[in-house]
Ligand binder design. Structure first.
Ligand code: URA
Length: 181
């Protein structure tokens, strides 16, 4: 089903709707080759209404420009849940379930050729990953009519700079698939 943006903008399917400022739906061209899926909006995203506009987004798009050769404006960017969990906690199972139909419709509309899941929550939701990130990152798999890949969340790379090189290597894999399209 096509994503009903108007309905999503006033969604009350879970209690995150009681504390959010804005529903953060996604940004970027709907024909983007590369679609990024993060976990959930943080404080800046909740206020600004766009995904990854804070510190982790700065790192993310610096790495994507360097390793994939795409700018933020060339990527479509969204999250597994569209409203900020208070205190930036990991979204609860019921919140992920409530938001899943929106993400499913969104990804069906976008039909991405390459999907990059950022962090374990997105890897589980988008790729059906069942193992730890250490076991799933950088391994391309079929996803719809394209390819899905997971890497560490940029916030994890901000906390542990040793992960930056791991993310770079995963993005080199992303580049191969982006260039093959
Ligand atoms: N972290 C995420 O996972 N998504 C955002 O949009 C911002 C921070």
């Amino acid at each position: 089903m096509a994503l009903d943006v108007a309905a999503l903008s006033r969604c009350t399917r879970c209690s995150l709707s009681e504390t959010r400022t804005r529903v953060v739906i996604g940004t970027g061209p709907t024909d983007a080759v590369l679609v990024l899926v993060g976990e959930a909006p943080g404080r800046q995203e909740d206020e600004g209404g766009a995904p990854f506009i804070g510190r982790s987004g700065q790192l993310l798009f610096r790495l994507i420009e360097q390793e994939v050769g795409l700018t933020r404006e060339q990527c479509y960017v969204t999250n597994t849940v569209k409203c900020r969990p208070p205190g930036n906690r990991v979204p609860a199972r019921n919140e992920l379930e409530a938001c899943r139909p929106w993400l499913t419709d969104q990804l069906a509309d976008l039909a991405p050729r390459v999907t990059l899941a950022l962090g374990l929550t997105a890897a589980r939701e988008v790729l059906g990953a069942t193992l730890a990130m250490g076991a799933v990152h950088g391994r391309p798999r079929h996803l719809g009519s394209g390819t899905g890949i997971a890497t560490y969340h940029p916030a994890a790379a901000l906390r542990d700079p040793a992960l930056v090189d791991v993310v770079r290597a995963d993005l080199a894999v992303v580049r191969r698939f982006v260039e093959a399209t």
